[in-house]
Ligand binder design. Structure first.
Ligand code: FE2
Ligand code: FE2
Length: 190
């Protein structure tokens, strides 16, 4: 597990805990998009069956998370709105280069970093929630995100030399920290 350059702020955690209903609606969208990311790998890299196999499992797990969050949204009587742009993810995607090999590596590293941030943030939420079913769910998510982080990183290492992965990851972590610092504080995952 690599280290993110900066930690999430207390202000961010307070914003989430202060308006958990709003947070849940955003969180649901993040899970849905994560699942779609997994299926995008399946479509883009049909020649890499080991990756296809892993990404189907990943997409299914993210879809289960999405369903679980939706069930909580229903239980609370909340409603979903139209899809909104995730500035954090959009910023990370700008890091992806055009040539196909570089593109493949960057496409693996971006979710690796996003999952690492998810690990950190869900862990903070799990600790802040009162003990109970919801706190347990966020603890499970924390473990799941850590696993996903490892999954994307292991594929980067399977297909690219260690030094290439390390150098590119280092740049991406700098980039991620800049994006995070510029984000407005709101009741959202990012
Ligand atoms: Fe998830
Ligand atoms: Fe995940």
């Amino acid at each position: 597990m690599f280290h993110l350059r900066i930690s999430s702020s207390t202000d961010w955690l307070n914003a989430v805990m202060g308006d958990f209903d709003t947070f849940l609606v955003d969180h649901a969208a993040c899970e849905r998009k994560a699942s779609a990311t997994g299926m995008a790998f399946v479509v883009r890299y049909p020649d890499r069956l080991d990756l296809v196999d892993a990404m189907i499992g990943f997409a299914r797990e993210e879809l289960e998370h999405y369903h679980r969050v939706i069930q909580e949204i229903i239980r609370r009587g909340l409603t979903l709105g139209p899809d909104t742009k995730d500035v954090y993810i959009e910023g990370l995607l700008e890091f992806i280069r055009k040539p196909s090999d570089e593109r493949f590596l960057d496409r693996l590293l971006v979710p690796a970093v996003a999952e690492a941030r998810g690990t950190e943030r869900f862990g903070l939420i799990a600790n802040a929630l009162p003990p109970g079913e919801l706190a347990d769910f966020y603890s499970d998510l924390t473990e799941s995100e850590a696993r996903h982080h490892g999954l994307f990183l292991s594929f980067a290492h399977r297909y690219f030399p260690k030094t290439v992965v390390r150098d590119r990851l280092s740049l991406l972590l700098d980039h991620e920290a800049q994006i995070l610092q510029a984000l407005p504080i709101r009741a959202a995952l990012h």
